[in-house]
Design a protein around this ligand. Structure first.
Ligand SMILES: [Zn+2]
Ligand SMILES: [Zn+2]
Length: 254
C-alpha cells in the first residue's frame, strides 16, 4: 500500500495545510480516506486517478471530513472522464450517511445517487468487518468524537493501516492499532488542548507507545503547530519509532 496526504490540516483555512483527505493505494484499488471540500481538487493537483477511485471512507460528518463528498458526486456525475466508467464507487461511513447525502442531493434536485456508474452506500457499525473492495478488508471502531465517528483498520494481505479520524483520548484505539504497519493518527493540538474531543501530542505519543506500529504519522494539525519544532517535541516524548509530521503532498510507502 501507499498513502498520499492530500490535507494535513483542519477546518481552519490555512496557507499550506488543506483539510482532511488521504489517498490510499492498494494493489486491488484505491480508497479515499475522508473527503473535505479541498480534497477533491487536491486529488487532481496530485495527479491521482480520481475518476477510477474505488471507495471512499467517511470517518464522521464534520464538514472538514465530508464537505467534499456531495461536490465530488456532483462533479463525477457530469465530468466527461467518468461517463464511460462501469465499476462501482463504494462509500462507507457511520449511521446517517445515506440520509445526509439525500439532504445534499435534495437541496437542489442534484440527483447525486444517479451516476454514470453504480454507486453503493454502506453504513457500517462499530467492529463490523466489511469489504472496502475485493481483497481489502475494513473494520471500524467507534471513537469519542461524535456519535458516528469511527477509526478504520485496513488490511490488504499482510499489510495493515489504521486511520484514527478525529478522536479524543481513547485507550482501545491502541489495541485496535496494535502493531499495524502505519498508524495515521490525529494530533490536533500541541498541548493544553481546548477541547476533550481531540488529541494533543502527549496523548498521541502515549497511544503510539502502546500500539507499537511500525511507523506513525501525526495529522489533523491545527495552526498552533506552525510555531513548533515537530521533531524536537516528539523526541522529548520518546515514541520509540518513526513518527512523521503529515504534510500536504507527502507520499509514504507502507
Ligand atoms: Zn476534523
Ligand atoms: Zn471532527
Amino acid at each position: 500500500m501507499n498513502l498520499t496526504i492530500l490535507g494535513s490540516g483542519t477546518s481552519v483555512p490555512h496557507p499550506y495545510r488543506s483539510s482532511s483527505g488521504y489517498w490510499l493505494e492498494t494493489s486491488r484499488g484505491t480508497v479515499l480516506l475522508d473527503c473535505s471540500a479541498s480534497a477533491i481538487h487536491r486529488m487532481a493537483e496530485e495527479d491521482l486517478d480520481w475518476p477510477n477511485l474505488d471507495a471512499i471512507w467517511i470517518s464522521h460528518f464534520h464538514l472538514d471530513h465530508i464537505g467534499g463528498l456531495a461536490p465530488f458526486l456532483f462533479g463525477a456525475k457530469h465530468a466527461p472522464v467518468t461517463q464511460s466508467r462501469k465499476k462501482p464507487l463504494r462509500i462507507f461511513g457511520g449511521p446517517g450517511l445515506h440520509k445526509l447525502l439525500e439532504a445534499f442531493s435534495d437541496a437542489n434536485d442534484y440527483d447525486l445517487f444517479e451516476q454514470p456508474f453504480p454507486l453503493e452506500i454502506q453504513e457500517i457499525e462499530s467492529l463490523e468487518k466489511f469489504e472496502l473492495m475485493p481483497g481489502v478488508e475494513g473494520v471500524a471502531m467507534s471513537t469519542p468524537h461524535t456519535e458516528e465517528s469511527h477509526a478504520l483498520h485496513v488490511r490488504e494481505g499482510e499489510t495493515t493501516l489504521v486511520y484514527s479520524g478525529d478522536t479524543g483520548s481513547c485507550e482501545p484505539l491502541a489495541s485496535f492499532a496494535r502493531r499495524v504497519d502505519l498508524l495515521l493518527l490525529e494530533c490536533s493540538f500541541v498541548k493544553e488542548k481546548p477541547v476533550e474531543k481531540h488529541l494533543e501530542l502527549a496523548e498521541a505519543i502515549y497511544l503510539i507507545r502502546k500500539a507499537e506500529p511500525k511507523k506513525a504519522v501525526l495529522t489533523h494539525l491545527y495552526p498552533e503547530w506552525d510555531e513548533v519544532n515537530f521533531e524536537e517535541e516528539v523526541r522529548k516524548l520518546s515514541p520509540g519509532r518513526e513518527v512523521i509530521e503529515a504534510k500536504d503532498g507527502l507520499r509514504i510507502d507502507i
